[in-house]
Ligand binder design. Structure first.
Ligand code: NAD
Ligand code: UDP
Length: 317
């Protein structure tokens, strides 16, 4: 049994990770400031004696003795990370320094949840880890992109200079149950709109692409990455290489929900990446045959069922 700290553990991905780590027989400390996460997402874990929920902000130092740390604290939806861009940068950068400080002091293994956004609006397709990216350092997305890039630099340098057992994963668009209905990301927006009979809002012409990974595939990859040897720090792409345009996604969700909703077009946000698809050869090679196993239609069905439950609960309130 290991003692494991999960920052951002009360968020969408973090809650699934905490669940998985407890199921694997570990003790989990879930640290969160509840900015975009909530107690609701981990309430089913509270009675587990090996689970601990701590309200804390990663921009402030924290002291604990653990074997492993997963650093997920950071808002992930553009709507949320642009709400207070300076705080977003502080969370990524000061947060990384604080958790790396813990890892250094107690010699814990530490994994950083980085992002495909480090590639910006990529000029190389599909994106390989060796690509340095195309990021606008003063654009609307830069608080997130540059914060995550700086965190990667911190992880690499703590590894090189202080022998910290660091690991970096670059997560591509991930979806599934426990996303917030008003999160602003495309999968949750389209599903909630379809279920409410509202029009699906495509930003721009809808030809931009993304590759969508179901949350259970990501969690499997994270756990496997943590299990790799100390000499392997990554970064490693974790995503599902199936690439879809937003028009294809909208039509799939319309079909799966059977909604009468139609598609409307709204302006494309500034610096919105045109296409994105991971090259996952490195993950396949290094993570013991890891491969995303949930295809989009299957994962969407599960996510639709989840949101049907959430909306029904809200209607009963
Ligand atoms: P989320 O917003 O649901 O989760 C983030 C969690 O971090 C929330 O619980 C939030 O309250 C917490 N948090 C934010 N700022 C904090 C702070 N200063 N101190 C403590 N806690 C704080 O988002 P998610 O989709 O679960 O993303 C989790 C991680 O994965 C993030 O680091 C994100 O950048 C990364 N990621 C996610 C995706 C994706 O598609 N979901 C893609 C790439 C990277
Ligand atoms: N998007 C959209 N309609 C929405 C929300 C998002 O067309 O209601 C588009 C958005 O412009 C982007 C893509 O969907 O091109 C993915 O957006 P999301 O915010 O989910 O993730 P990210 O842009 O960070 O990859």
């Amino acid at each position: 049994m290991k003692r494991i700290l999960v920052t951002g553990g009360a968020g969408f991905i973090g809650s699934h990770l905490c669940e998985r780590l407890l199921a694997d027989g570990h003790e989990v400390i879930c640290l969160d400031n509840f900015f975009t996460g909530s107690k609701q997402k981990v309430v089913h874990l509270i009675d587990n004696p090996y689970f601990e929920l701590v309200r804390h902000d990663v921009t402030m130092p924290y002291y604990i003795e653990v074997d492993e740390i997963y650093n997920l604290a950071c808002p992930a939806s553009p709507v949320h990370y642009q709400h207070n861009p300076i705080k977003t940068i502080k969370t990524s950068v000061m947060g990384a320094i604080n958790v790396l400080g813990i890892a250094k002091r107690v010699k814990a293994k530490i994994l950083q949840a980085s992002t495909s956004e480090v590639y910006g609006d990529p000029l190389v397709h599909p994106q390989v880890e060796g690509y340095w990216g195309n990021v606008n350092p003063i654009g609307d997305r830069s608080c997130y992109d540059e914060g995550k890039r700086c965190a990667e630099s911190l992880f690499v340098n703590y590894h090189l200079k202080n022998n910290v057992k660091a690991k970096i994963i670059r997560i591509f668009n991930t979806y599934g149950p426990r996303m917030e209905p008003d999160d602003g990301r495309v999968v949750s927006n389209f599903i909630v709109q379809a279920l409410k009979g509202e029009n699906l809002t495509i930003y721009g012409d809808g030809n931009q692409t993304r590759s969508f990974q179901f949350v259970s595939d990501l969690v499997e990859g994270m756990v496997r990455m943590m299990g790799t040897g100390d000499d392997f720090i990554g970064p490693v792409n974790l995503g599902n290489p199936g690439e879809f345009s937003m028009l294809e996604l909208a039509n799939m969700i319309i079909k799966l929900t059977g909604t009468k909703s139609e598609i409307v077009h709204l302006p494309l946000p500034k610096d919105d990446p045109i296409r994105r698809k991971p090259d996952i050869s490195l993950a396949q090679e290094k993570l013991g045959g890891w491969n995303p196993s949930v295809q989009l239609e299957e994962g969407l069905k599960e996510t639709i069922t989840y949101f049907q439950g959430i909306l029904a609960e809200k209607n009963n309130d």
